[in-house]
Design a protein around this ligand. Structure first.
Ligand code: SF4
Length: 86
């Protein structure tokens, strides 16, 4: 059974995927960066992560989502890291 937070993350991802078609998303740059990492990842099997089994176009657009092997992080952690590095 899926945990409630996992369902929320899946919903966020698909909602943002839909919104991306009709408007500019607040974190679009970060979502695009994540998807580019996934595009070059050995675990990307035809757009699905073979570790978490998520559809990557949606997974990369959920703010609270993160890569299962830490190739990219949640938007909150990414912004904090960027702030601390600068
Ligand atoms: S979520 Fe992580 S492990 Fe999965 S395809 Fe993307 S970069 Fe690779």
């Amino acid at each position: 059974m899926f945990k409630p937070n996992y369902i929320k993350i899946i919903f966020q991802g698909w909602l943002n995927w839909l919104l991306d078609i009709i408007s500019d998303l607040k974190y679009k740059k970060y979502f695009d960066d994540r998807l580019n990492i996934c595009k070059n990842c050995e675990h990307n099997k035809h757009g699905i992560c073979d570790i978490c089994k998520c559809v990557l176009t949606a997974k990369t657009k959920a703010e609270e989502s993160k890569c299962p092997i830490n190739k990219w992080d949640t938007i909150k952690n990414t912004l904090n890291k960027y702030k601390n590095d600068n």
